[in-house]
Design a protein around this ligand. Sequence first.
Ligand SMILES: Cc1cc2nc3c(=O)[nH]c(=O)nc-3n(C[C@H](O)[C@H](O)[C@H](O)COP(=O)(O)O)c2cc1C
Length: 382
Amino acid sequence: MTLKSALNIEDLRRLAKRRMPRVVFDYIDGGADAEYTMRENTRAFERITFRPRCAVPPTRCEVSTTVAGTPLSFPLVLAPVGSSRLFHPDGEPAAARAAGEAGIAYTLSTLSGSRLEDVRAASKGPCWYQLYLCGGHDVARAAIARAKAAGFSALVVTIDTPVAGLRERDFRNGHKGLLTRRPLEMLPHVGQFLARPRWLASFLKDGGLMSFPNIVLPDGPMGYADVGAALEQSAVCWDDLRWIREAWNGPLIIKGVHTKEDAVRAVDAGADALVVSNHGGRQLDGVPATLDMLPEVVDTVGSRIDVLMDGGIRRGSDIVKALCLGAKAVLAGRAYAYGLGAAGGEGVAHAIGILKADFVRTMKLLGCPTLAELDGSFIDAA
Ligand SMILES: Cc1cc2nc3c(=O)[nH]c(=O)nc-3n(C[C@H](O)[C@H](O)[C@H](O)COP(=O)(O)O)c2cc1C
């Protein structure tokens, strides 16, 4: 299979698996603990079936929308995905560029391997900045100021990462040993790199193990090995939303809402939008699929702010289902990360193209010409 012949996101996943070493592929592909929540995220879409309206007069399908002030050519945003530069050199700018060309927004993770200014400059479309408080408040404030100056149009604050989830695949693949850079601890795990010479050559050409240039500590950018500890020392609390709201006067989006109770807190904190998200099943294993939590959040706060969701989006029809349940738009993480791992920016463009074509086709097959008309009457939720 080649990129051109990849018909769906699963095809891109297979191509990514073929190009990247196991430790990098599984970093994308895996979830926390038993991966129950990660699997549920995708299964929840399979439990929902459509109720189409047939033989309706064909009209032009209008799928553009606006979320938290950001216009989107269709209701998809690329989710923040840390360390994208490991998947492909130029990872973050390439993904941002592909999103911009498709008329959708790209969300840059704090844990980016590229400078936020370079990523912003690479795209002619909207970019959002995702905030972790790694390094403390002053370091985060400096990043917020840089994101504002560079022209990011929304700030996404992730609230579900007080510690990193236990991603068992990372441990089994030697993630920890490899990061020590001590030859004896690295040695048992280097075979996986030698098995992927194309990836290895591009990684080494890109300078090898990276740092995080948007987390600038007193002694320079934070190193790659420090992430786990840094996350643990920098959990976001609701009180932090006050100073963050003051430091960032543009649209604020809270990501990682699981319940209606936290949805109300997000509204009270002054959010313009929230993302119902369990981090793609990478944090607390055992929480329900986000699609299953979406209705209670929409019922509680949907009339006051834009409710987005992520987790398990693999087809354009999944986006339609989420919208039928009240989401204004969705974010996708792995769907484009596989594309990036498979073929860089071209792979991301291909992933977005697949999702958009699926989305429009599904709308037409449903007999629904506009986003405004999509509602629960087009689905059966078992
Ligand atoms: C490899 C990887 C890295 C991620 N890094 C971040 C991150 O840095 N910040 C964040 O808020 N979410 C992060 N996420 C979570 C995504 O933003 C998103 O919530 C999740 O991928 C959605 O599920 P999906 O992958 O099934 O689409 C990451 C996800 C993946 C797969």
